[in-house]
Design a protein. Structure first.
Length: 351
């Protein structure tokens, strides 16, 4: 909880409006109550008002300070539908189809963020990732200077020698099944920039593989090697101070003694705080193993690469984890243009 306490403290200084499309879900109600109680901003629940009220009453949760919106009764429904038609004009979308889409909480919530009526969106507790991403791809846009959206999982472990004081940023754990070298490079730079934005650290980015600096005997290794070089160039173009290395095995990335034997001169090996996986299989499997076997506290997936802040939480998340993700999305929304425009953020002590 050391990490998320710092995130919460930062967000208390810059409160944000976070919309939760799954307004009747008990875990979401509990997280929204805490979001308001901790003075993190204004939580917005979407859904039928009567159903949300009954769900809150069953949990003895007060809705004071929590905004509740039923898309079907909202004065913004027609405006949002018209905007959705404009955004998807090339697809020949009809007004009736747009209105039907806006009745769905994930679409309505995404449009709230796009129309600056909320600062970020958190969904996924009761639905699959595709149902969260589909509205975002149609309403948000891929941000400038990147080519892909991705999912970042933030892990906090008890051993503070690992990562950055026990915190690791992992990607992509939720979106791109088999990224190209360029996509992998963008995922790495986006994740590094997010880590810097959240924790004010120098990112040390390890591109993971099944070998450490081995010969390119497998296509996946060649892809990782190409991605490292691309990431270094992309980071320089964005004025992002970070170190990149790969390909590295997980132990070489995290354990100094092993790194010393395998790759003594690396700035990343043994001290990585950002881990980039070669594909979605390895990223998703590793993050879930860390959560359930190593008992790491997991927050995610925070979605990177879109032009608006959002998160797709796991259906297995508890209320505390949903609150943590909402806080991360809130912090992500603070000066979000810094992430999009790649304006250099100063670390403590930098001139």
């Amino acid at each position: 909880m050391r990490f998320i306490a710092g995130v919460i403290e930062k967000l208390q200084r810059h409160p944000k409006r976070i919309v939760f499309p799954e307004g009747t879900e008990p875990r979401v109600l509990q997280a929204a109550r805490q979001f308001h109680a901790l003075r993190l901003g204004a939580p917005v629940l979407l859904g039928d008002r009567a159903k949300i009220k009954r769900a809150a009453d069953r949990l003895n949760i007060s809705l004071e300070g929590i905004r509740v919106i039923n898309p079907a009764e909202s004065d913004e429904l027609e405006n949002f539908a018209n905007r959705f038609v404009a955004l998807n004009r090339s697809k020949g979308l009809k007004n009736a189809e747009a209105r039907e889409a806006m009745l769905q909480p994930n679409f309505f919530g995404a449009m709230m963020v796009a129309m600056h009526q909320a600062d970020g969106l958190v969904s996924g507790t009761t639905t699959i990732t595709g149902n969260v991403l589909r509205p975002l791809y149609q309403i948000f846009r891929i941000a400038p200077q990147t080519s892909v959206a991705s999912g970042c999982m933030v892990l906090e472990v008890e051993d503070t020698a690992i990562g950055e004081n026990g915190v690791l940023f992992l990607a992509d754990c939720g979106v791109v099944a088999d990224p190209t070298a360029e996509q992998l490079a963008d995922i790495a730079v986006d994740t590094a920039q997010f880590a810097r934005h959240v924790m004010q650290i120098r990112p040390r980015v390890a591109f993971l593989s099944f070998t450490t600096k081995g010969p390119a005997i497998h296509p996946s290794i060649g892809k990782v090697q190409a991605a490292v070089a691309l990431a270094q160039r992309k980071a320089a173009k964005r004025l992002l101070d970070a170190d990149f290395d790969g390909e590295l095995q997980a132990d070489a990335a995290l354990v100094p003694e092993i790194a010393q034997r395998k790759l003594a001169r690396s700035k990343v090996a043994g001290h990585a705080n950002v881990l980039i996986f070669p594909d979605l299989n390895s990223g998703n499997i590793a993050s879930r193993l860390a959560r359930h076997v190593a008992r790491a506290t997991a927050y995610g997936h925070v979605l990177l690469g879109f032009n608006q802040p959002a998160a797709d939480v796991s259906r297995g998340s508890n209320a505390r984890e949903i609150l943590g993700v909402a806080a991360l999305v809130g912090v992500q929304a603070i000066a979000y243009h810094l992430l999009l425009d790649a304006t250099k953020e100063k670390l403590p002590g930098e001139s």
